[in-house]
Design a protein around this ligand. Structure first.
Ligand code: PMP
Length: 356
């Protein structure tokens, strides 16, 4: 006899992370190319000497540091083993079996997975032709069974960015008992034009007890390998998240590294200016070469190549550059350091151009 598992697992896709191979330039997972700062590395080494002990399950020191940095009281903050685990926890606190989770699609691949694993029903709403969220259609998709809405801003993988007033209007129209998760994993890479207003989830969550802001140390803070993310929300939701939290999920090395990263926030966030400058350079070069490249607020660009995305990413891998392929839809390319970007561009403007 074989062990029994839930019959519905067979139809749930596993999360498939970006892959790479030795010697390749990996532009597939929206990571930071640079390794940790010396101060962060020191904190990691120091923390290594106490790993015989369990971490602080409440992550009090990290939460205090986040509270000071964000100007948000500590009881509004929860940390998780990457913000992806907070996505999972949100479905767990919001949904009974059969309840509905609305999100735009295509968006972050984990949303359908965490929804299905919790026994909830996914309600994907197609993106606009411009590759952004269709907020009107998302609102129209809300039913009596909707318990949670994910709004990924900037959107992964298309990079699209919502403006403050459209997001405010949306939040005001969503029933107050439906949780809205503003997933801001790429918030630090957002730049707005003069005269525009930044849609900062922390401002939008103020006074809205159903809004949860998700951010991470994996991207701009360069700690993807240590797995730390955080949620900012109403204290009642933070208490609820604590109930479904895997005990000790944020390890002690990760906590110390995150605290050291917050202490070095100025230097780390200054690095995002370099990524943003490279994002413009790569985008402009691709546009000049005839590609369609929607504007991006994140550390990646979206190439809506449709049926050519798989051969394009395969040829890029042969040229030593690993992209993220979404077969039939497009390729996502992370903005790396200038050398890595040059390698990608030299492929994209030669062999890649023939395929695209
Ligand atoms: N949200 C979005 C939109 C993401 O793209 C990612 C990472 N790919 C995450 C959340 C999760 O990041 P982490 O778990 O590393 O914090």
């Amino acid at each position: 006899m074989t062990p029994r598992t839930r019959p519905d697992l067979a139809s749930i896709p596993a999360y498939v992370p970006g892959r790479s191979f030795p010697g390749a330039v990996k532009l597939a997972s929206n990571e930071t190319t640079a390794g940790p700062l010396p101060s962060v590395r020191d904190a990691i080494l120091d923390a290594a000497s106490t790993v015989n002990r369990y971490p602080d399950n409440g992550a009090a020191e990290l939460i205090a540091a986040l509270s000071a940095r964000l100007g948000v009281p500590a009881e509004h903050i929860a940390v998780g083993c990457g913000s992806v685990s907070l996505c999972q926890e949100l479905v767990q606190i919001a949904c009974d079996a059969g309840d509905e989770v609305v999100y735009s699609w295509r968006s972050f691949e984990a949303y359908p997975v965490v929804t299905a694993v919790a026994g909830a029903t996914a309600v994907p709403v197609p993106n606009t032709p411009e590759h952004g969220h269709d907020l009107k259609a998302m609102l129209a998709a809300v039913t009596q069974r909707t318990r949670l809405i994910f709004v990924c801003n900037p959107n992964n993988p298309t990079g699209s960015l919502l403006g403050k007033s459209e997001l405010e209007e949306f939040l005001d129209a969503v029933p107050a008992d439906v949780i809205v998760a503003l997933d801001e994993a790429y918030f630090e890479y957002v730049r707005i034009a003069p005269g525009e207003t930044l849609a900062d989830g922390l401002d939008l969550a103020r006074g809205r007890s159903n809004v949860v802001v998700l951010r991470t140390f994996s991207k701009a803070y360069g700690l993807a390998g240590l797995r730390v993310g955080y949620a900012v929300a109403d204290p009642d939701l933070i208490v609820a998240l604590g109930k479904v939290h895997t005990p000790f999920a944020v390890n002690s090395v990760a906590q110390k590294a995150a605290i050291a990263s917050l202490a070095a926030a100025g230097e780390l966030l200054a690095r995002t200016d370099g990524v943003v400058a490279e994002r413009s350079r790569v985008q402009n070069t691709l546009l000049d070469a005839g590609y369609v490249v929607p504007p991006s607020g994140a550390n990646f660009l979206w190439l809506p190549l449709g049926g050519r995305s798989a051969p394009f990413s395969e040829a890029a891998a042969e040229a030593g550059v690993v992209l993220r392929n979404f077969t039939g839809e497009g390729c996502r390319v992370t903005i790396g350091d200038p050398h890595e970007n040059d390698l990608f561009l030299s492929f994209a403007t030669s062999r890649g151009r023939e395929i695209a």
